[in-house]
Design a protein around this ligand. Sequence first.
Ligand code: AMP
Length: 278
Amino acid sequence: MQVISSASEMTEFSQGVRSNGQSIGFVPTMGALHAGHASLVENSTTQNNITVASVFVNPTQFNEPSDLHNYPRTFDADHKLLSELNADIMFYPSVEEIYSDEAPKKYELDGLDALMEGPNRPGHFQGVVQVVSRLFDIVLPHKAYFGQKDFQQLTILRYMSNKLGYDIEIIGCPTIREPNGLAMSSRNIHLTEEAKNESLTINRTLVHLREDLLRLGFEPAKNTAIKTLRSNRSIELEYLELVDPKNLQLATAESEKIQACIAAWVGGVRLIDNMRVK
Ligand code: AMP
């Protein structure tokens, strides 16, 4: 596996691959890689000739300077894992390499950022769209792989890719979980054993919510889930929303499909999770 840090070198490499008629799969990450990231890379290597994984902690998507500062950075372990997964390129640019000539634009997101992560993390999705669009321009992939773990992000990136006219297939991959159900996340590194145990309530609440929707109906099921989360003193619930998975509008009892999305703080760590509950 080759490590490329220069944007122009990355683009040159991709142009070469494309002119040979080969396909490029792309997995953007912020590093501190775990089995969730690995599953995206595995999907890419089976579906493409060449796989590029980027490791870039994108400052523009952090709304809290302390969160950016504390974000885990584990280059050696990431390099080892990507090599073992047979990625072809680890794209590892500096902040200057990504943002040197770019004045920030304001992206229209069709209201997809109006709830959940949007209001709770001001500017976050503008930063995500900015970096992914910049990375698409540099890496020139045919397919790009994102996790359903960040469900709102995946929906917004599908919209952005289409709106900006990228000829890139956006592929959403299932959430990879610890054996006990906790969704894997780079931030889990900061969880104590006790906080890890407490955070299992998040996944369990989603599973019960799915059952309760059938058993009790929409409002009682939602209220029960909120009550369960609020009654756990170790969990500080930021939101629990039931939304239409296509357009992220608030779901109703009549909705055909429902995605339940949760953000909560456990032991000083912000966790998100989601599940199709109908
Ligand atoms: P991040 O490094 O957190 O920005 O994540 C990079 C990509 O990995 C995003 O598309 C995430 O949605 C995806 N991802 C993170 N955690 C998981 C997980 N547990 N299962 C599947 N994909 C994940």
